[in-house]
Design a protein around this ligand. Structure first.
Ligand code: BYC
Ligand code: FE
Ligand code: FE
Length: 471
């Protein structure tokens, strides 16, 4: 099979010898990275997976059993809809760029590398989870997410190779060399160095960290650099499933927790082998507060520069906004002053990280409401609360002080007294870990999670999503 066959694409790879050669050199290194740092075990098993094969909205994906190293990681750009102009910033209304403008080369490279780095990082973080999968259905979903994050890496590496010359090729190599959580060569962004060692963490990751992905990709899909806009637009089609895995799987955990709470004479879900609701809340607090950091500083000249240059817009910039220049507009935020919080007006362009974080938090809150409806249906009084954006920060202007989950300024002593109520303790982690036993018969589900109501694409919940014929 020729390389052009093994890389499904709509970027005319076969006609671009130089690009083809560059990707040909990178591909074996990617595969080596996948074998070393991708899902441990299961590489010779057949997984029922979705593969992107075109950009046709009605039929872009193919579903079949595939061994993960044989997955066909492709390169797809959403087709251009007519002539496009830059949607925002100082360059608004000019033609979009088909090549990298010299003056923005450094910024663009940095944005693309940062985006790219998160994709393999997440695969590394999740690489041991297959061993404790609560069902074949869940295992398949994990691997589906993993191979697609691999494709997202390909999408960004394609841009680096095609538009950034030698620098781009070097960055593409470096993306395979950094390692999540490694002290000497860590991944770029904080959350992507956090361990993700249990399935509740995986579901929180896909709910909250992949959701940062959704909003960052959405902001980049507005970009004046057309190839980036089109690449990220297509990535968003895959992203929807990752978010579904997070939101729906947590709903299943919540359902089981609610049932167990009702069933136990003392209302103790743990005694019934389920995860109790306060523990789930702690996981939410941890992963939300970690994901919130990924939006960058509240007041950011980087963000202002990216917006001014037309590189990174707002979520649904073209659809939702009318003032695309945002020159005179202001954003009011609470800043720390004289040991307290006070409202301050910030030039909107410098607050673009905060604008995106607002969208993110509102969307996350919607997810919590859904789980709260599940609790209400089970006659449980407990309600999940989204932690405040100021809670548990290590970066940005709120990092200098302590805040409780509702955003109130508290002392170090209050923080020390409260934190074991708010965040996972070693005991909580040990408990959740104790539930992580593999459950690998078709149709069987671990006791801490309710089975899904339906399987993937009309298949049953008892379908053999993974065939163990490799080991
Ligand atoms: N960790 O002006 P500031 C996804 C750095 S997720 C470490 O505050 P800026 C996915 C920053 O680089 C989406 N460092 O921030 C999800 C800067 O460094 P320098 C990923 C951080 O630049 C799940 C300094 O702090 N995509 O796709 O406006 C599975 C101050 O910069 C962090 C993107 O992120 C952090 N959390 O905004 C798989 C899109 N935050 O200049 C995949 C591309 C900030 O001092 N990235 N810093 O060296 C960007 O647009 C921006 O770089 C950021 C940061 C939004 C990340
Ligand atoms: Fe991704
Ligand atoms: Fe994702």
């Amino acid at each position: 099979m020729s390389l052009t066959d093994s890389i499904p694409n709509n970027v005319d790879l076969a006609d671009d010898r130089k690009l083809l050669r560059a990707l040909e050199k990178w591909q074996p290194n990617f595969l080596e990275w996948w074998r070393d740092m991708g899902p441990e075990g299961f590489q010779q098993d057949r997984i029922w997976l979705r593969t992107a094969i075109s950009v046709d909205a009605k039929g872009w994906a193919h579903y079949d059993y595939v061994k993960m190293p044989d997955y066909r990681w492709g390169i797809f750009l959403t087709p251009r809809a007519g002539e496009r102009t830059i949607g925002f910033g100082d360059e608004a209304d000019r033609d979009v760029w088909q090549d990298v403008p010299g003056e923005f080369r450094g910024s663009l490279r940095r944005i693309i590398v940062t985006q790219a780095d998160t994709e393999p990082a997440s695969v590394e973080q999740q690489r041991l989870l297959g061993k404790t999968a609560p069902s074949l259905y869940d295992m398949r979903n994990l691997f589906q997410v993993n191979v697609e994050e691999g494709r997202h890496l390909w999408a960004m590496v394609h841009l680096l190779h095609q538009y950034f010359g030698r620098d781009g090729r070097e960055e593409a190599e470096a993306l395979l060399e950094r390692r999540s959580g490694n002290a000497d060569k860590p991944r770029i962004l904080s959350t992507f160095n956090e361990p993700c060692e249990d399935w509740l963490s995986f579901f929180c990751f896909t709910m909250f960290t992949d959701r940062d992905g959704k909003y960052q990709l959405s902001a980049l899909s507005e970009s004046g650099f057309d190839p980036l806009a089109r690449a990220t637009q297509f990535m968003l089609t895959e992203e929807a499933f990752h978010l579904y895995v997070g939101e729906y799987s947590i709903d299943r955990v919540v359902r089981r927790s609610a049932e167990a709470t009702r069933k136990d004479p003392n209302g103790d879900a743990r005694a019934q082998g389920a995860i109790d609701l306060p523990t789930i809340q702690k996981w939410i607090n941890f992963w939300v507060s970690s994901a919130v950091e990924l939006f960058g500083g509240e007041i950011s000249s980087n963000a202002a520069d990216y917006f001014a240059a037309g590189l990174k817009g707002r979520h649904q910039e073209r659809k939702k906004y009318t003032d695309h220049r945002a020159i005179d507009a202001i954003y009011t935020m609470e800043v720390l002053e004289d040991g307290g919080l006070s409202r301050q007006e910030i030039p909107l362009r410098n607050a673009m990280n905060e604008v995106l974080r607002d969208e993110y938090l509102a969307d996350s809150a919607r997810g919590l409401e859904r789980w709260n409806r599940t609790l209400a249906q089970h006659d449980i009084a407990f309600r999940f609360e989204l932690p405040h954006r100021r809670f548990n920060r290590t970066m940005g202007m709120y990092a200098a002080h302590r805040f409780d989950p509702r955003g109130a300024l508290i002392s170090e002593a209050q923080w020390e007294a409260g934190k074991s109520e708010w965040l996972p303790t070693p005991e909580d982690r040990a408990f959740v870990q104790s539930l992580m036993v593999p459950c690998l018969e078709p149709g069987q589900y671990a006791g801490w999670i309710a089975p899904p109501e339906k399987g993937i694409r009309g298949l049953g919940v008892d379908y053999e999503y993974v065939k163990f014929d490799g080991n």
